[in-house]
Design a protein around this ligand. Structure first.
Ligand SMILES: Cc1cc2nc3c(=O)[nH]c(=O)nc-3n(C[C@H](O)[C@H](O)[C@H](O)COP(=O)(O)OP(=O)(O)OC[C@H]3O[C@@H](n4cnc5c(N)ncnc54)[C@H](O)[C@@H]3O)c2cc1C
Ligand code: SF4
Length: 327
């Protein structure tokens, strides 16, 4: 591991100021990802800015929104009464991730900003455009069973690993960020993570020196008709092969609105917009869900080793919708 300096942030302004002035600085929240990456020599920050102790750990109701602190732990978030009541799909998605021990340490801000689990990214002895821009993508011609079937580019085919972010994508969450001057921005969750395009080194749209402070989730009437389904090789400590967060707005016997977000299939939480659209105004049924899922997955571009994700994704969408809509 490369030697590094450690700084305990006094307030948001000083933490953001260090991030802004030292490009190789990194934040330390729960440390469950950044410390592993440093030990593997994948991340090599000159300075770690410890933001534990800043004020962003509260979960509270603000009007028709629940605000979740970036420093609230995944455990406290999943189990919070407001989250359990209004957003069961978020509770389910968080509890489907990692293990109890990791969720006790992991924070919401860290979860949103964790790096990919692509095995080539995590091995500094091989080429990787995300870790070392321009060096090449080892997964493109290598073992790409765990990789993307949507949204990838010829520079990078990695998936974004967070379960929580998929739950948030189905809830129209908004990520609030702030910089050293106290200026803040509200980024819709679907614009927070980015596709690799020509520059896979950046996973999200955070600007230099910006820190996630809170995540706002609008309370809506869909809560009771939602479900998170995660398909993985083993039941714990494993990332999604495919996951689906589904939420349905049901009324008058028809689907008035729908949200379907997928994990394990793309470099960011993938909104299944084609399937969502197909459902609107129709009576929930297995046949409808199957048709919508098929239409969505027809657009997939599988790689050499992950063709299986297409059928798996189709079935996972149907199952998650059935669980959401009691059909
Ligand atoms: C064995 C194992 C299994 C796992 N399985 C899963 C799984 O199945 N599903 C899943 O979703 N996750 C899984 N994880 C990942 C885990 O959820 C993340 O490691 C965790 O959420 C990261 O949170 P943290 O607070 O520890 O982040 P840290 O490690 O402290 O930070 C991670 C990154 O986020 C940045 N960061 C932290 N806070 C902020 C902020 N407020 N603003 C801007 N940037 C910030 C840091 O600079 C760093 O780059 C697993 C991890 C392990 C070790
Ligand atoms: S898929 Fe992305 S993260 Fe994995 S080796 Fe290729 S460039 Fe690196």
């Amino acid at each position: 591991m490369k030697p590094f300096k450690y700084e305990k942030a006094k307030d948001l302004g000083t933490a953001a100021s260090t991030l802004d002035s030292i490009p190789s600085a990194s934040l330390l929240a729960g440390g469950t990802n950044i410390v592993d990456l440093m030990k593997e020599d994948v991340a090599r920050p000159d300075i770690l800015v410890d933001i534990n102790g800043l004020e962003f750990s509260k979960i509270k109701k603000k009007g028709n929104t629940v605000s979740i602190g970036a420093l609230a732990t995944n455990k406290d978030t999943a189990n919070h009464p407001l989250v359990r009541k209004h957003f069961p799909v978020l509770t389910q998605s968080i509890l489907a991730g990692a293990s109890a021990q990791i969720r006790n340490m992991a924070t919401n801000g860290g979860n949103l900003n964790q790096r990919t689990r692509c095995m080539y990214f995590n091995d500094p002895s091989v080429t990787c455009n995300k870790r070392d821009p321009g060096s090449g993508c080892s997964a493109m011609e290598g073992l790409n069973r765990m990789h993307s079937i949507f949204g990838w580019s010829n520079r990078c085919v990695a998936v974004f690993p967070s379960d929580m972010a998929v739950g948030l994508a189905a809830l129209d969450a908004v990520v609030n960020v702030a910089n050293k001057d106290g200026e803040s921005r509200a980024i819709p969750i679907n614009d927070y993570h980015r596709l690799p395009g020509r520059d896979p080194s950046r996973d999200n749209t955070l600007k230099r020196g910006e820190i996630v402070t809170t995540i706002d989730i609008p309370i809506n009437s869909w809560a009771k008709n939602s479900y998170y389904l995660k398909v993985r090789d083993r039941a714990s400590y494993d990332f999604a092969l495919v996951s689906v967060a589904a939420a349905l707005d049901l009324g008058g016997g028809v689907i008035r609105g729908s949200r379907i977000a997928m994990g394990g299939v793309a470099p960011k939480p993938w909104r299944a917009l084609i399937a969502e659209k197909e459902l609107i105004g129709k009576k929930p049924s297995k046949e409808l869900f199957e048709r919508a899922a098929k239409m969505e997955m027809e657009r997939a571009r599988p790689l050499e080793h992950n063709e299986f994700k297409v059928k798996m994704g189709e079935r996972a969408i149907v199952r998650a919708l059935q669980k959401s809509g009691n059909a």
